[in-house]
Design a binder for this molecule. Structure first.
Ligand code: ZN
Length: 385
C-alpha cells in the first residue's frame, strides 16, 4: 500500500513520513478513525514506508523486495492481529483441512478480504469468514503467539511491525499480556493499533499508546476519487459521497453494490409489492416476501438496501438528466424505467431517509421482519404519493 493510493489525509501522511525520516518512530501508536476513514490503509502504508529499502521522501518505492511482499501482505516481519472465531476442520484451498484458531491461521482470508475491500467493517469481516452467530474476539492465545514471534530475530527488515485491527475486541487477559511487551518492547518493534472507538479499548492500553486521530477525507477529495475510480459525473459522485456520509466502505457499496443475478428480479418484485400493498392479494404476497427476506442474513439485507438506493438514485437521474447519464444495465432499465416518474423532488428525500434508516437499523440488529414490513409500507406510500 502506497501513501499515494490512499485518498486524502495530506497532513497525517506528512506527519507519518516525517517521523520516519527524522527517526522518531514511537513504538506503540493508536490510529483512531471511524469506519471508512482509510485507517487500516494508512497503518499498512506507514509500515511499508518504514521497511521500504529504497524509500523516497514522499512515498515507498513500491518495487523493492520489501514493498513487493508488503503489497501482498506477506512480509515475514509484518504481523497482524484481528478478531477471529474458532473453526474446526476448515477446508483449506489446498484441499487439506485444519483448525483455524488465531489471526495467523486466518491470514490467507484476511489478505483476500483486504484486497476486495480495504474499508471493511467488523461485521463484514465476520461475514467473510462465515462466523455465523459467533462473536469475533482477540483471545489471550493470540498475545502469547505474538510474544513468541516478536522474541525471534527479524527476518528481512530492521523493524518488526504488528498491526492490531479492532483492538476493541481484545479480551482483558490478552490486553494485559500485550501491555507487558508494550511497556518493555524489544528493540525496533512497532505496534500500530487500528481502532474505530477508543471508549471500547482497555484504558491501560490507551494510556500507553500515542494517539493519531484520523478524520475522514474531505468531501471534495472523495468526490474527485469517486469520479475517477467509477467514471461518474461530478453530481453523481457527490450524491454517493453525501449518501455515504464520507464513509469509504459505504461509498464502495453504493458505487459498486455487491449484487447477484437475482437482485434485479428480487428488487422489482419488492417495489411492485410495495406499490400495490393496498390490494389484499398483494398484502399477502408482501408478508410472504418479507418472511423470506428476513432470513437471508444481515449482510445480504444490507446489500439489498444499498442496491435499492443505487437503483433509486439511477431512477432519479433517468427522470432529471435522461438515459445517457444512467448507470443501469439493460435488464435494470427495462425493469425500473416505469418507476422513475414516481420518484420526484417531493418524495426523494424521504425515500433516501427511509432506506438510510433501514440500513442503520439492520446494522444494529433490528428485527428484520418488522423492519422490512414497515419499510415496505413506507416505500409503498411514497411511490404512490
Ligand atoms: Zn520499497
Amino acid at each position: 500500500m502506497l501513501f499515494k493510493d490512499i485518498i486524502g489525509h495530506v497532513e497525517i501522511k506528512n506527519r507519518l513520513r516525517k517521523s520516519v525520516l527524522e527517526n522518531r518512530i514511537s513504538h506503540a501508536q493508536l490510529f483512531l478513525g471511524s469506519e471508512g476513514s482509510g485507517t487500516l490503509q494508512l497503518a499498512i502504508a506507514y509500515a511499508q514506508y518504514i521497511c521500504c529499502l529504497k524509500r523516497m521522501d514522499e512515498d515507498s518505492c513500491g518495487v523493492c523486495s520489501s514493498c513487493i511482499k508488503y503489497n501482498k501482505l506477506i512480509h515475514p516481519d509484518l504481523h497482524f492481529v484481528f478478531p477471529v472465531v474458532t473453526k474446526k476442520n476448515y477446508a483449506m484451498p489446498d484441499g487439506n483441512t485444519r483448525d483455524l484458531i488465531s489471526s495467523s491461521d486466518y491470514m490467507f482470508l484476511f489478505r483476500k478480504a483486504f484486497a476486495e475491500n480495504p474499508h471493511q467493517n467488523l461485521n463484514q469481516w465476520m461475514a467473510f469468514i462465515e462466523a455465523e452467530n459467533k462473536q469475533g474476539i482477540i483471545a489471550v492465545d493470540e498475545s502469547s503467539e505474538l510474544i513468541r514471534k516478536l522474541s525471534l530475530k527479524t527476518y528481512e527488515s530492521d523493524y518488526k511491525i504488528t498491526i492490531i485491527w479492532m483492538p476493541e475486541k481484545m479480551r482483558t487477559e490478552a490486553a494485559n499480556h500485550l501491555l507487558k511487551i508494550i511497556e518493555e518492547p524489544p528493540n525496533k518493534t512497532l505496534f500500530i493499533l487500528v481502532a474505530e472507538n477508543s471508549d471500547q479499548i482497555i484504558n491501560t492500553i490507551l494510556s500507553r499508546t500515542q494517539l493519531i486521530k484520523i478524520n475522514k477525507p474531505t468531501d471534495d477529495e472523495l468526490i474527485t476519487a469517486v469520479m475517477v475510480k467509477y467514471d461518474y459525473k461530478k453530481e453523481q459522485a457527490a450524491y454517493i459521497v453525501h449518501l455515504a456520509d464520507g464513509n469509504q466502505n459505504e461509498v464502495q457499496s453504493l458505487a459498486h453494490p455487491d449484487i447477484d443475478d437475482d437482485s434485479t428480479k428480487e428488487l422489482l418484485t419488492w417495489w411492485r409489492l410495495c406499490y400495490g400493498f393496498n390490494l389484499p392479494k398483494n398484502q399477502y404476497d408482501l408478508i410472504a416476501w418479507v418472511d423470506v427476506q428476513a432470513k437471508i442474513g444481515r449482510e445480504k439485507q444490507k446489500n439489498f438496501i444499498l442496491y435499492s438506493m443505487h437503483i433509486f438514485r439511477e431512477c432519479m437521474m433517468l427522470q432529471y438528466a435522461g438515459e445517457s447519464t444512467v448507470r443501469m444495465n439493460d435488464e435494470e432499465l427495462k425493469a425500473f424505467t416505469k418507476f422513475a416518474p414516481m420518484i420526484n423532488e417531493n418524495n426523494c428525500h424521504e425515500f433516501v431517509n427511509e432506506l438510510n434508516k433501514a440500513y442503520f437499523h439492520i446494522e444494529r440488529n433490528a428485527n428484520p421482519k418488522i423492519l422490512f414490513l414497515d419499510l415496505s409500507f413506507k416505500l409503498g406510500r411514497l411511490l404512490r404519493s
